[in-house]
Write a protein that binds this ligand. Structure first.
Ligand code: 6MZ
Length: 351
């Protein structure tokens, strides 16, 4: 599959809840930027997306290269606009876009400028009349440690207030092999106390202890979705990890399922064993997401097509599925209802 292709697909409207800004580039935008800045970094476009399954580490090596390219206010602005535009072209009506605010003294980028730039790009897309509602999450990179995470929460709270809710939560992500999510529990609780919603990468690889600790501490106190959750239900019997699944089910914690990303990162071996279907069969909320549509070369409509083909799902099933997933967005009930009404109207018209 070609990375970042922009074939509009009008068969379904939906929402994208797990998209990292720097890995969600559109290919045409990346090609242009790389050709202009090649002398500075010497990186080629072909090094920036996965075309076949590679271990997760390979993905993280690519993310580091991308961070050498998206280094200026201008590039973050253009990246944000092009990412939003490409989702809108794929008929995505609601997007929660997440990113780690960067400090890059050489280019004058500060975390505040980074946030300001993303917000400006969202507003400019609104002015342009793009038919998509965009909200932002501030990412905490677990590799950067707890002190930087606290800064991210302060930043998210400040921008949530000043944008009247355009920023609505935090994401916890980064290389799962580094650090322990348990250390961040006070940060998560503090963020929730301040009114921020939490999208937490958990169990992308088997990390049952930290997941158990986080869920025990946060369930009942925070609004949470789980990113990936690939190993939530994959544990050996009698090792005491059943509690994880019990908590996820008891608190109806939605799981963000990134099928192509998991396959290309080799955390799932084939589409038929993807946990999307495990949670669907339990009637537990699970949302199809792209993760990084640039790096993983998938549009959201591709993810729908992939599961439709794999699990023989018809149009009516998918429309009902998509309608149910609107309940998992971090926005208020009024916005949820508007999105559901729009999708119902759209699907009746397109029948
Ligand atoms: C964990 C991931 C990720 O924040 O610079 N990120 N973290 N697992 C994944 N699965 C493949 N994919 C992306 O976007 C890039 C950052 O998002 C996180 C990593 O921290 C990566 O550096 P931003 O916009």
């Amino acid at each position: 599959m070609r990375a970042g292709r922009t074939k509009p697909n009008k068969w379904l409207t939906a929402q994208e809840l797990h998209a990292h800004l720097n890995t969600s580039f559109s290919m045409s935008f990346l090609e242009e930027l790389v050709s202009q800045t090649q002398d500075e970094h010497g990186i080629s476009v072909n090094d920036l997306h996965l075309t076949e399954s590679q271990p997760l580490d390979q993905g993280f090596a690519i993310f580091s290269k991308l961070h050498k390219i998206f280094r200026t206010e201008e590039s973050i602005y253009l990246l944000t606009r092009s990412v939003i535009k490409e989702f809108a072209e794929d008929n995505v009506k609601y997007l929660e876009l997440r990113s780690t605010p960067k400090e890059i003294p050489e280019t004058g980028l500060t975390r505040d400028v980074y946030m300001q730039t993303m917000v400006r790009a969202v507003h400019d897309c609104e002015k342009e009349g793009l038919d998509i509602t965009v909200r932002l999450l501030v990412s905490i990179d677990r590799r950067h440690g707890v002190e930087i995470a606290k800064i991210a929460v302060d930043l998210a709270e400040r921008w949530m207030k000043s944008t009247k809710g355009l920023v609505l939560g935090i994401d916890f992500s980064g290389d799962p092999k580094v650090g322990d999510a348990t250390d961040f529990i006070p940060v998560f609780l503090d963020a929730a106390e301040r009114g921020l919603k939490l999208a937490l990468h958990l169990e992308e690889i088997p990390l049952h202890e930290e997941t158990k600790n986080v869920l025990r501490a946060c369930c009942g106190h925070c609004t949470i979705r789980i990113g990936h959750g690939t190993y939530l239900h994959r544990y050996e019997p009698n090792e005491g990890h059943e509690e994880i699944e019990d908590l996820v089910v008891k608190w109806k914690i939605p799981v963000e399922a990134c099928v192509t990303s998991n396959l290309l990162s080799k955390t799932v071996d084939r589409p038929g064993t993807h946990h999307f279907w495990y949670w669907r069969s339990k009637q537990h909320p699970v949302i199809l997401c792209t993760d990084g549509k640039g790096v993983f070369g998938c549009l959201l409509s591709d993810e729908y097509s992939k599961v439709a083909k794999e699990f023989s799902l018809g149009r009516e099933y998918l429309v009902n599925y998509a309608l149910s997933t609107f309940d998992t967005i971090f926005e208020c009930d009024e916005v949820k209802q508007r999105l559901k009404d729009n999708l119902k109207q759209f699907s009746e018209k397109e029948q």
